[in-house]
Ligand binder design. Structure first.
Ligand SMILES: [Cu+2]
Ligand SMILES: [Zn+2]
Length: 180
């Protein structure tokens, strides 16, 4: 009797597991960037990316900022080694467009909305952005970098929205194998 109960429990558990697997959506690639302080700042945080169809869902949690808005971009090169993060080069711009507003078409693929830090210096952002991908195509951002600036991006000054010094930088690394 005892053995039978154990076995049916195990069978039920196995069935539940199979059902869970069958009903989960297919795995989508994800990536994240661990932010490192630059230009003498005390900024830290993580920016996570997950593929959502032809868009990328971006989730940023950042602290140590000055209160207010801060330019927030994907930059071309995944190299944060310089003390001022200039090693990350310019905004990621595979289509050769001018800098612009994240909701517009005429913009760098890497142009994202300003992060807004509260009085304690904490900022978070969650939203879907187009012109980015976690694949091997021209819009792929894995191996590039995320940069946060000291000042707000005005979404129009060229080439980078006049957002000032680079106060944080993180290389975007794949969290699941590429080529999914
Ligand atoms: Cu930038
Ligand atoms: Zn730009």
């Amino acid at each position: 009797m005892k053995t039978k109960t154990k076995m049916s429990l195990a069978a039920a558990a196995a069935a539940a597991l199979l059902a869970a697997c069958a009903s989960s959506p297919p795995a989508q690639p994800t990536a994240s960037a661990s932010l490192e302080a630059r230009s003498g700042s005390g900024v830290s945080g993580v920016v996570s990316f997950s593929a959502r169809g032809d868009k990328v869902y971006v989730d940023a949690r950042v602290s140590g900022l000055t209160p207010g808005e801060h330019g927030f971009h994907v930059h071309e090169v995944g190299d944060c080694s310089a003390a001022d993060a200039m090693s990350a080069k310019g905004h990621f711009n595979p289509a050769g467009k001018p800098h612009g507003h994240h909701d517009g078409g005429e913009r760098h693929a890497g142009d994202m909305p300003n992060l807004r830090a509260d009085a304690a210096g904490n900022a978070s952002y969650a939203g879907e952005l187009n012109q980015l991908s976690l694949g091997n195509d021209a819009n792929g951002i894995i191996g590039r970098s995320v940069v946060i600036h000291a000042d707000p991006d005005d979404y129009k000054s060229q080439p980078a929205g006049n957002s000032g010094k680079r106060v944080a930088c993180g290389v975007i690394r794949a969290a699941t194998p590429r080529g999914y």
